[in-house]
Unconditional design. Structure first.
Ligand SMILES: *Cc1c(COP(=O)(O)O)cnc(C)c1O
Length: 376
């Protein structure tokens, strides 16, 4: 994996902001609530290991990832906290999870029965920690039927299992209309009420639920994802109810600067032509770094001023029009603050026709991550 340390383009990740965001959420929850920090997809692009460590020492009680490989990467780096895989893991790899003490999401009775059979043959050294997923309306994974769910809970009494948690996931917690959300809550409550002994971790809330449905969270644990990174899960739709600070900013610098003569064109397709003589700078960042190609014509920040992206964004470079001459090495902000002005992940997402989640997770490995934190 190539990490562009020798180029002036970086994702600056402020781990103090991350810890602040966790504390903000913690203050808003009932006492003794637990937070699982969602660090899937390279911690939403911010870097799995540094973010996981910062989240844990910032107050998170455990971690969630999407796939088993991500969980094992945490273990390989000495992180032993509760780690839940949110997706479905093939049964044949579940023994690896058991031995690494990684918790798995299980969404069907079939899966449990297969593991039960397998365990008689393989005899894993440790019980497999299981969180049963309940599909209350997301329609992705999980139990939809209470009697099957109860059979699964009964099967978890076998010694090769440890019933550690149960959870559901909301489809519309970031919507101003709570009808579908309420319907999911009711469905979930029926599952909770159907068993005599609840597992230690009961969780229903994602970031949006933690922000806009605090009163409906009856579970003892929340899964904090995008809000931990200081981003609004609803885009611009709903106002944040917590004081969240954006964790990352994307910065580059001028690598080349020239005066472009009136009538000359810029970049592939020659779609941009200088109306008059103007200063043009080239930046060492492009769509292969995760800065979307469709941002052509959008803006970046130089010295507190917006500058237009001139011509098509290339794979590794892009050009911008400067208001006046700036030398090579001048900092450029593509996402974040410069002077009084700011370009947020939401602004980029809106321009690109996507959501802030996708902007963050697309920042590629070639972009060097720089971590900032105070020493306390
Ligand atoms: C990704 C994910 C989350 C985190 O979602 P945010 O909107 O970022 O808080 C929580 N739960 C599950 C099951 C997920 O897949």
């Amino acid at each position: 994996m190539i990490n562009g340390r020798l180029r002036d383009t970086s994702l600056i990740v402020n781990l103090d902001a991350l810890r602040h965001n966790i504390q903000e959420q913690k203050k808003a929850l009932p006492e003794n609530s637990r937070i699982l920090a969602v660090v899937k997809a390279n911690a939403y692009g911010n870097g799995l290991i540094p973010v996981a460590n910062a989240a844990l020492n910032g107050g998170a009680n455990g971690l969630c990832v999407a796939i088993l490989d991500e969980a094992l990467e945490l273990r390989d780096n000495g992180i032993e906290a509760l780690t839940l895989v949110l997706g479905i893991t093939p049964v044949e790899y579940a023994v690896i999870a058991a031995e690494a003490g990684v918790s798995l999401t299980v969404g069907s009775l079939d899966w449990l029965e297969q593991y039960h059979q397998l365990a008689q043959v393989v005899k894993p050294q440790k019980p497999l920690k299981v969180h049963l997923g309940i599909d209350s309306g997301m329609g992705r994974i999980g139990f939809t039927d209470i009697s099957t769910f109860k059979q699964a809970v009964a099967l978890l009494n076998n010694p090769e299992f440890e019933f550690e948690g149960m959870f559901t996931h909301f489809a519309t917690a970031d919507s101003p209309d709570a009808t579908y959300f309420d319907h999911q809550v009711q469905c979930w409550q029926k599952f909770v009420a159907s068993i005599d002994h609840l597992p230690p971790y009961v969780h229903m809330a994602n970031s949006a639920t933690g922000l806009w449905h605090q009163e409906t969270i009856t579970a003892n644990t929340i899964r904090m994802g995008i809000s931990m990174y200081g981003q609004n899960p609803s885009g611009h739709d709903l106002k944040l109810t917590l004081d969240l600070q954006p964790v990352s900013s994307l910065v580059s610098s001028i690598a080349f600067v020239k005066k472009l003569k009136a009538g000359r064109s810029v970049s592939y397709g020659a779609t941009y032509t200088a109306a008059k003589d103007e200063w043009l700078a080239t930046l060492p960042i492009g769509y292969a770094d995760g800065y979307p190609r469709c941002m052509t014509g959008y803006k970046v920040l130089v010295d507190g001023q917006f500058c237009e992206i001139a011509g098509r964004v290339c794979m590794d470079q892009m050009m911008i029009r400067l208001p006046k001459y700036y030398p090579v090495g001048t900092p450029v902000v593509l996402m974040g603050k410069s002077g009084e002005k700011e370009i947020t992940a939401n602004d980029l997402a809106e321009q690109a026709g996507t959501i802030n989640y996708e902007i963050l997770t697309n920042i590629s490995n070639r972009v060097h991550r720089v971590y900032q934190q105070s020493n306390d």
